[in-house]
Design a protein around this ligand. Structure first.
Ligand SMILES: C[S@@+](CC[C@H](N)C(=O)[O-])C[C@H]1O[C@@H](n2cnc3c(N)ncnc32)[C@H](O)[C@@H]1O
Length: 294
């Protein structure tokens, strides 16, 4: 079949759902992934034809897109902070806001890491709720002289995170644990061990479900997303408690947060006596990240 004709079928079937531009972009990503063809191919060779075998994954992907499955899950991969990551239904698809959090951590520690390189000391980092491992692995890749650990309660997510560490050729220690069960979490490390603790924990309240796109609600793991309306900061409290025990003095704590709970987060971190608290907006102008020093 002629490739351009398949693109026309994509537009016919999907434009109402996603709009013309997004459909073009999906198609370009898919032909590159499955056929190793660049977008320019469609322009230079409008009559380019592919075999039945080559057509098959494109039509399967079309059916998945029609049912609102995110393209990252269709391909089983995505990109985060310039690095490749495998994803599946057990892992949240990493978001651009989280890249901003990683960037903040890297910028605020790159100077220190140069100093510590001279001092021969290692920066110890823990990522809580690691999912694909995107935060932990990006930090391990970009910050010199670090020992990065990453924790998640989901065995299935940890399987993917381990594959991602291999894929990106970094050494990360993975820990299966429940951060809400402090008895276990205390066992994760020795006291006052970490220089940096970072987390993007579940933070979407059930009352915000109406704002969530159906493709997210139906495909992404609810374990990674939702918290009870009555206790929306449950993970942040548990992690602050954990940090009191396991973060070094002057160590740093970074969170991604619910855009509606910035003030409450400042209050919480004050209650836990964190210093130099800083709330930061994401590229959409929403309160999205917070920092504190022990
Ligand atoms: C919002 S996702 C973040 C994933 C990844 N760090 C990212 O930024 O894309 C939250 C993660 O926390 C994990 N999680 C949920 N409950 C947990 C718990 N009680 N203890 C540890 N991890 C938990 C989920 O499995 C999920 O991977």
């Amino acid at each position: 079949m002629i490739l351009k004709d398949i693109l026309n079928i994509y537009h016919k079937e999907l434009d109402d759902l996603f709009g013309n531009e997004e459909v073009n972009s999906f198609f370009n990503i898919l032909i590159e992934h499955y056929l190793d063809l660049k977008r320019i191919h469609l322009v230079l060779e409008p009559e380019y034809a592919i075999t039945k075998e080559e057509e098959q994954p494109l039509f399967e992907a079309l059916a998945h897109l029609k049912s609102q499955k995110p393209i990252q899950y269709i391909l089983g991969e995505t990109e985060f902070y310039g690095l490749p990551f495998k994803v599946n239904q057990h892992t949240l698809i990493p978001r651009p806001e989280t890249e901003e959090l990683v960037d903040w951590i890297i910028n605020s520690h790159s100077e220190r890491s140069e100093e510590s390189q001279l001092e021969e000391s290692q920066l110890k980092i823990l990522d809580i709720g690691t999912g694909t491992g995107c935060i932990a692995i990006s930090l391990a890749k970009h910050l010199k002289k670090t020992k990065v650990s990453a924790l998640d309660v989901s065995e299935d997510a940890l399987k993917i995170a381990k594959q991602n560490a291999k894929l990106n050729e970094v050494d990360v220690e993975f820990i299966k644990d429940n951060i809400l069960n402090s008895r276990h979490a205390e066992g994760v490390s020795t006291s006052h061990y970490y220089d940096v603790i970072v987390s993007n924990p579940p933070y979407v309240r059930n009352l915000e479900k109406a704002e969530i796109q159906p493709n997210v609600l139906e495909n992404e793991p609810h374990l990674a997303l939702f918290v009870e309306d009555e206790n929306p900061l449950q993970f942040y409290k548990a992690i602050c408690e954990f940090a009191q025990l396991n973060l070094k003095d002057n160590g740093t704590l970074f969170f991604e947060i619910n855009e509606y709970l910035g003030k409450e987060m400042i209050q919480l971190m004050k209650e836990f006596k964190f210093k130099d608290i800083e709330l930061k907006k994401d590229m959409f102008g929403k309160d999205r990240m917070i920092f504190g020093r022990k």
